[in-house]
Structures are given as C-alpha cells and as structure tokens.
Design a protein. Structure first.
Lengths: 256, 138
C-alpha cells in the first residue's frame, strides 16, 4: 500500500500547537514537521484514500464531502490556535524530508503571509438581486386580459425595458456602495470568482482584523437591512480561515 | 413583510458544503514540483464543483430545491431561508391545509343537509334524456 503525508497548512513553529483530539483525513492524527520558523501540519495517508475522487459525485454524503470536512476541521483547529496558511485540498508530499524542503523553499514568503493573517479572519459577502425581474413583469400581468394594439404593446415594452435598465443601474450602484462601505473595515479583500449566477451582484472575501470585526459585522447588518428594502439580499458567511487569501507569489509567478 | 428575515446570519459553522468546497478545492496554496505526490485531479474536481453549483442554482430557480431545507440532506437545512422565507411557505401550507379541511367539512355538511335536491335535480334530467333516446329510437 502506497503511503504519503497529507499536508493541511503551514503555520508558525514557535508557539506549541496542541492538535491532540483533532482528527484529520481518514481519522489520522495530525502532527507538525518543523523547519526554522515554520511548521507544516501533516498526517499519514494511504494514497488509495484519495484516489478516484474525480469520479465521485459531489453529494452531501459523498466521499469528497467527508474528506473536505476533515481537511477543513484540521485547518480550523490550527486557525483557532495560531495563524494559518491553508494548502489546497489534496496536497500530499512524499515524506518528512520533502516537507522540510517545501518549507525551506517558501520560508520567507510564507512567513510574510502568516504575519498578514495574524489576528485576522476571513468573511464572505455576497449580494443577490431577489427582485426576479418583477419590475418588467408587473406591466404584462395587468394587460394580458385584453387584446392590445401594436402601439400599446410597444409602449409597454419600452417602459418595461426602461424599468429593467433602471434596476440594473440601481443594483450596480448598490453593489459599489457595499464595496466602498466594507472595504474600509478590512485589511484586504479579493473578488471571488467561480460562480456565474445572473442574480449575483457581488461576491467578495474580506480579511478582517479581529479588533475591527464588531464594526465590520455591524456595518454588514446595517447594509443588509437597508438593502432588503430594495429587494437585495446581502449574505454573510464566516468566519473562515483565510482560504481565499492563501496564495504564495512563488507559485503565482513562474521564476526564470 | 411581517417577519423580516436575516438569512445572511450563517455564522457558526453552518456554512453549506458548496461554500466549503469552493474554498478547499479552489483556494489555498498550490504546491507544485517533485515534492508533491499527484493523487487526484483537483482541476477536474473544481470544474465539477462549478457545474454542480450552477446546476443547483438552476434547480433553485426552478423551485426544485427541496433538499436545501431538508435536515437529512443539508446540515443547514433547518436554518436555511429561501427567497421568500421558509416561514411564509410553511404558513401558506398550514393555511391551505386548513382551507382544504374547511371545504371538506362544508361539502360533507351539504351532503348531509340536502341529499334530496342533488338527486332530485339529477333525476328529471336523466329521465328526460332516456325518454329522448327512446323517442329517437322508435
């Protein structure tokens, strides 16, 4: 049976990190491989446990869901105790010496990231338009009973289009208002990509200092109430470990 | 709206699987090179995730999102609030159930109170029809 080390995240080596009682991938006990100021959190894994996942469906009870939750549980356990730089799900290194090499090659940039993440948590903010295009449909429902003249139809169509255009402009300005208001409370923010939904106006991850959280959350509450009046739904998720900010420029820009 | 919902309050680990998968599959530091063992096709998995979310959204738009409110399928089921609010749907169901019960009661009452007119009304018409048929045959 082929084995490897499943790697969850990079953290600091300095502070003692007690992960007893935390179950990792396939129930294995996570441990630390330390090198200079960094530690890689790993656990033993049989490669077969991760193989063939691509054929799985993404259901709540599927294998992938279970493994993703185990991965998240370890990252969160570190997150509750120390700054954490999460790795992509499914990262497996061969052994302890390759763990050390991983940390050595990324030492300075990982350190800088951990500094940024110290006393910070990620919050997700999404803004949805929940009006369902009712501005344009309200016109048709009133006049479907009677047969309409061509001119009347065109006039109605024009007013529908004007209303839809007005709504588009309104939601765009609402989205930029949310952005402008919340950006001030966060240390960093990234637009999240991947969801292409017609009614999704804004999808942003915010890295918020713990000290600024009450103000940030109060602001979100207030915005959500204001937006609800205009049939806009502001959805908050979190707190998350800084998943959306976990990038190392080493990998982003290929070195020559 | 009577009960103003605050559904964005998904705080405290009730985030859905989709939200979690979006983060662990799509985000996080990617390690490349010979120190990593390639065991799964993460690109394919995140592509599948996107398709899954897109189809789930489509289903939601078509109203086929019952599982998101079902505690068996979704840990956040009982907390999830739909577009119009879970409560309004439940209230509407309750109201409809009451109305059906009231209508059944009324029908039963009517049948008990006046069984004769229903029969009497039908009988002459039936007799007339039979007479007409007999007449046309002769």
């Amino acid at each position: 049976m082929q084995r490897g080390l499943y790697a969850y995240a990079i953290t600091r080596a300095g502070a003692p990190l007690d992960l007893r009682g935390v179950a990792g991938i396939t129930g294995a006990q996570p441990r630390l491989v330390t090198h200079r100021q960094l530690a890689l959190v790993v656990s033993d894994v049989e490669l077969a446990a991760l193989q063939g996942l691509s054929d799985e469906d993404l259901s709540e009870t599927g294998r992938l869901a279970g493994l993703a939750r185990q991965h998240d549980a370890v990252v969160r356990a570190i997150f509750e105790r120390a700054p954490v730089l999460p790795l992509r799900f499914g990262t497996v290194v061969t052994d302890s010496s390759s763990s050390v090499r991983l940390l050595e090659e990324r030492h300075d940039v990982a350190q800088a990231r951990l500094d940024e993440f110290t006393d910070h948590r990620e919050w997700g903010v999404r803004l949805f338009d929940t009006s369902d295009g009712e501005t344009s449909s309200s016109g048709t429902s009133t006049s479907t009973g009677a047969r309409m003249s061509g001119t009347a139809y065109l006039a109605q169509r024009r007013s529908e289009l004007a209303a839809a255009e007005q709504r588009r402009e309104f939601v765009a300005s609402a989205a930029s208002a949310v952005r402008a208001t919340l950006d001030g409370h966060a240390s960093n923010c990234v637009p999240r990509t991947g969801r292409a939904q017609p009614n999704l106006l804004l999808d942003t991850a915010y890295l918020v200092p713990v000290a600024a959280e009450p103000a940030f959350l109060a602001q979100v509450d207030q915005l959500a109430q204001e937006m609800a009046v205009d049939r806009l739904h502001l959805k908050l998720t979190g707190p998350w470990p800084p998943y959306s900010f976990a990038q190392l420029d080493v990998e982003e820009v290929p070195r020559d | 709206m009577a009960n103003q919902p605050t559904p964005y309050r998904a705080r405290g680990g009730s985030d859905s699987l989709g939200e979690l998968l979006e983060r662990v599959l799509d985000k996080g530091v990617v390690i490349v090179g010979d120190i990593v063992v390639s065991v799964l096709d993460i690109e394919l998995l995140s592509l599948k995730l996107r398709l899954f979310i897109a189809s789930a959204e489509t289903a939601r738009e078509l109203g086929m999102d019952w599982w998101t409110r079902d505690a068996f399928f979704s840990s956040a089921g009982h907390q999830l609030t739909g577009r119009d609010g879970d409560h309004s749907l439940r209230d509407e169901n309750e109201e409809l159930r009451h109305r059906v019960a009231a209508l059944e009661q009324a029908v039963r009452q009517q049948a008990l109170d006046a069984p004769a007119p229903l029969v009497r009304e039908a009988a002459p018409r039936e007799a007339a029809r039979q007479q007409r048929e007999r007449g046309s045959r002769e």
